[in-house]
Design a protein around this ligand. Structure first.
Ligand SMILES: [Zn+2]
Length: 226
């Protein structure tokens, strides 16, 4: 079966993607592209994010799956106090339009204030505006590099300025997993793959690990694919 996600070796993954033009915000075509990104991502058990070039569209945008924000919260429970308090502010730092807020029901709002999101988040024309001096190594994978994992040293905290699908700007300050995802995805938009930066790259094929009883362990060790 043909992979829905463009794989390493394809030109589109090595080019600098183009910004989404002002006139294209809210257009049916942009909406369709984002819907496709979300659909493709949703099929990936370990996928937490996807950039447009990964579905062959050379535009500067990426989607982070709702589950990544939940995982991030779980990760935070094991973190230091400092990380914990930072993570708690992360959810509140998202600026949402009144319309967007109205679309979410009250229960969802309550959850959002607890720093987890029940919706995928779209970042269009993202720019990293701040990076912490402190770095952290994390295990990464990439949907465009199947069955390979590696460790990447990235900034522990990252802030992104981006636009939503309607063209409304917002800022998102993140730490931990989401900060790593920001850096991985922004690299995609500049034609950089994590394998360019990773150490201890290893193959981890399904044939090696595909026994039912280690499924949960698998999830932990596979880390996340973006
Ligand atoms: Zn990737």
């Amino acid at each position: 079966m043909k992979d829905l996600i463009v794989q390493i070796g394809a030109e589109v993954l090595r080019h600098k993607a183009k910004p989404v033009a002002k006139k294209d915000f809210n257009s049916p075509q942009l909406k369709a592209t984002i819907a496709k990104m979300r659909r493709v991502l949703a099929k990936e058990e370990f996928g937490v994010a996807i950039a447009a070039p990964q579905i062959g569209v050379p535009l500067r945008m990426f989607v982070i799956a709702a589950k990544a924000f939940e995982t991030d919260k779980k990760d935070g429970e094991d973190g230091t106090l400092e990380q914990d308090s930072l993570k708690r502010t992360t959810g509140r730092s998202v600026l949402r339009s009144p319309k967007e807020r109205a679309e979410e029901n009250l229960a969802e709002d309550a959850v959002a204030s607890e720093n987890s999101r029940s919706k995928d988040m779209v970042f269009i024309n993202p720019e990293i505006t701040r990076l912490s001096r402190k770095k952290k190594e994390m295990s990464e994978g990439c949907l465009s590099v199947r069955d390979v994992y590696g460790s990447v040293l990235r900034h522990e905290k990252a802030s992104v300025h981006a636009f939503d699908i309607t063209g409304k700007p917002f800022d998102y300050h993140a730490s931990g997993l989401i900060a790593h995802i920001f850096q991985h995805e922004c690299d995609h938009l500049d034609g950089i793959l994590y394998t360019d930066k990773a150490t201890r790259l290893r193959k981890d094929t399904k044939e090696d690990t595909d026994t039912e009883d280690i499924e949960n362990k698998d999830t932990e060790e596979h880390s996340h694919e973006n």
